[in-house]
Structure formats: structure tokens, C-alpha cells
Design a protein around this ligand. Structure first.
Ligand code: PBG
Length: 325
């Protein structure tokens, strides 16, 4: 017998009742705020396609980090823009580059923040690819050695977690080995394990000035049509020593987040990427949507799918809104 014995509406009657039986509870404790570090001093340039997001010099990064920590957000992830780009992205591993300086400044300010760094070459290479190029091809093995150098330089500057986003094969193992050899066996690796070749990275490429100068990233990032392959990618990264694995983008790939969550008992992160943010901002600015409700629903859906950690440009807004709830 179902109706009239069973009436699911009984538990939807009041907000108190709904809250009591809610399955997914939003909180700021799993949020990571992405930031873009650039060279110089006192620089703060808004990214035109990402309102509220800035390219900032290390001194400004620290100021915003103070605000982020004050809002109860536990972590930031730093991306870097170089002074000069070259064929091999050599500034990625420079101890005096914008990311390394920003980490040092955050440490010096003694902010209570987990500092994660994105490890990739695309912002640093003149051709904009995530690895080194020979005869128009992105080479795998020479690239992972450079990525490991970049990761080590971030950790030397004080990073807590390194996050390789390049999608070269074997990079997690190369980074793990490099960190261990240098006595950084306590530093965790958050791997962008299932990173799709997505048009949703468009605005980020303006922010990070990392648009490929020829071709695209299809020979290393995943085909959006594949789901089983994501499980394989995650499995390989875990074997290589990843501590947290990530699915990216988030909203168009909720099925992947759910499948990864089901299959693997490790922390799962999701990246709510730049175009996911820009689309919401654009519609909100036009008065077409209720920004707060849309963003909180998006955050709920990503967590409901199975991600316990969410990288999002909305983090500061979410923290403010939840603080008022
Ligand atoms: C670097 C990198 C990208 C993003 C994170 N790390 C861009 C890309 O792969 O082209 C995208 C993040 C976003 O869109 O917010 N490889």
C-alpha cells in the first residue's frame, strides 16, 4: 500500500523538517578558491570574462587571501602568469616567479590557509601547450620531468598540496618521486585525474593567458564522450600515488563524479570551472536568474554527486551566503 499511508510531503512541510532530513549539507569547509598570481607589485587587473576574478601581484594575493581565510574558506589554489614565456616554460620552476613569491608571502603573513598550487606548463610556454613540443607534438616524458621541477619549487616555497593539471601520463609518479627524494614526503598530490578537453575553460585562458597558439589539447586532455576512461585515469593516478583525485569540469560531468565516488574510496574533488562561473555571472548581470539560488543549487548538486572538495570562483560568495543562512 502506498498512498494514503505514505505521504512524502509530510517531511517537506517546514524548513525545520526539511533541514532535519536533508541529505546534502552545504558548508564552506570543502571549498577551494582559485587565484591568479602575476608578476609585479600592486597589480590587480580584473579578468573581463570573469567578473570579480583578478590577476594579482603577490602583495595583492595576500590581501585577498586574508579575506578568504576570514570567510572560513580553508584553501586556495594558485595559478601563475610569468614575466616571460619560452619554449619549455622555464619560469614555471623559478623560485622568484609569481606563484612561488605569493606562497612565501602567504606563509609570512601566517594565514590559516591550505595552499594548493596548480602544476602545469601552459601558462609559461610560448606555444601555450601543457608540455614541450617537438615537430608539432606535445612530448610526454620530457614534460613530466619539467612538471616535477615546477612542483618541487612550489613545495620549497611552502605549498601544502600540489595539483598537476597537464594530463601527461606518469606525471603523478614523477612528482611523487621528486618530492620524496627531496624529503617532502608529507606533501599531498591532488591530481586532475579526469580532466576533459572542454570549451568550459575558455574564460580561464584569458585569465591565465594560456590559449594554445596552434592546435588544441585533444591529444592529452580527455574526450568528453568517455566515461569509462575516466575511471581508468583515476585508477592509474591512484597507483602512481595521488592523494586526492579530481574531475573537471564539474556540472557537465556530474555522472563522472558519481561514478568515481562509487568506485574509489579516496577524497574526490571537482572543479567548477571558469565558463561555469562566467555563464552564471552573465545571466545574473542581465537579471535573468537569481544568482544566489542558482549558485547554491549548483554547489549542492556537485556535492550530491559525490565531490567533497569543490574548487570554485564562487567560493567567497558561497561562504558569505552560508554565513547568513
Ligand atoms: C591548466 C589549467 C586549465 C584550467 C585549470 N588548469 C586550462 C586548460 O587546461 O586549458 C581550467 C580552469 C578553469 O577553466 O577554470 N592546464
Amino acid at each position: 500500500m502506498t498512498f494514503p499511508t505514505h505521504r512524502p510531503r509530510r517531511l517537506r512541510r517546514t524548513e525545520r523538517l526539511r533541514g532535519l532530513v536533508r541529505e546534502t549539507r552545504l558548508s564552506t569547509s570543502g571549498l577551494v578558491y582559485p587565484m591568479f598570481a602575476c608578476p609585479g607589485n600592486n597589480v590587480r587587473t580584473e579578468v573581463s570574462s570573469m567578473p570579480g576574478v583578478f590577476q594579482q601581484s603577490p602583495d595583492q594575493i595576500v590581501e585577498e587571501c586574508r579575506e578568504v581565510a576570514g570567510l572560513g574558506i580553508p584553501a586556495v589554489i594558485l595559478f601563475g602568469l610569468p614575466e616571460k614565456k619560452d619554449e619549455t616554460g622555464s619560469e614555471a620552476a623559478s623560485p622568484t616567479a609569481a606563484v612561488q613569491r605569493s606562497i612565501e608571502a602567504i606563509r609570512k603573513a601566517k594565514l590559516d590557509l591550505v595552499v594548493i598550487t596548480d602544476v602545469c606548463l601552459c601558462e609559461y610556454t610560448s606555444h601555450g601547450h601543457c608540455g614541450v613540443i617537438k615537430d608539432g607534438e606535445v612530448l610526454n616524458d620530457p614534460s613530466i620531468a619539467l612538471l616535477a621541477d615546477a612542483a618541487l619549487s612550489h613545495v620549497r616555497a611552502g605549498a601544502d598540496v600540489v595539483a598537476p593539471s597537464d594530463m601527461m601520463d606518469g606525471r603523478v609518479a614523477a612528482i611523487r618521486q621528486k618530492l620524496d627524494e627531496n624529503k617532502f614526503s608529507d606533501v599531498a598530490i591532488l591530481s586532475y585525474a579526469a580532466k576533459y578537453c572542454s570549451a568550459f575553460y575558455g574564460p580561464f585562458r584569458e585569465a591565465a593567458q594560456s590559449t594554445p597558439q596552434f592546435g588544441d589539447r585533444r591529444s592529452y586532455q580527455m574526450d568528453p564522450a568517455n566515461a569509462r576512461e575516466a575511471l581508468r585515469e583515476v585508477e592509474l593516478d591512484l597507483e602512481e600515488g595521488a592523494d586526492i583525485i579530481m574531475v573537471k569540469p564539474a556540472l557537465p560531468y556530474l555522472d563522472i563524479i558519481a561514478r568515481v565516488r562509487e568506485r574509489f574510496d579516496v577524497p574526490v574533488a571537482a572543479y567548477n570551472v571558469s565558463a561555469e562561473y562566467s555563464m552564471v555571472k552573465a545571466a545574473a548581470r542581465n537579471g535573468w536568474i537569481d544568482e544566489q539560488r542558482i549558485v547554491l543549487e549548483i554547489m549542492t548538486s556537485i556535492q550530491r554527486a559525490g565531490a567533497s572538495t569543490v574548487l570554485t570562483y564562487h567560493a567567497k560568495d558561497v561562504a558569505r551566503w552560508l554565513g547568513k543562512c
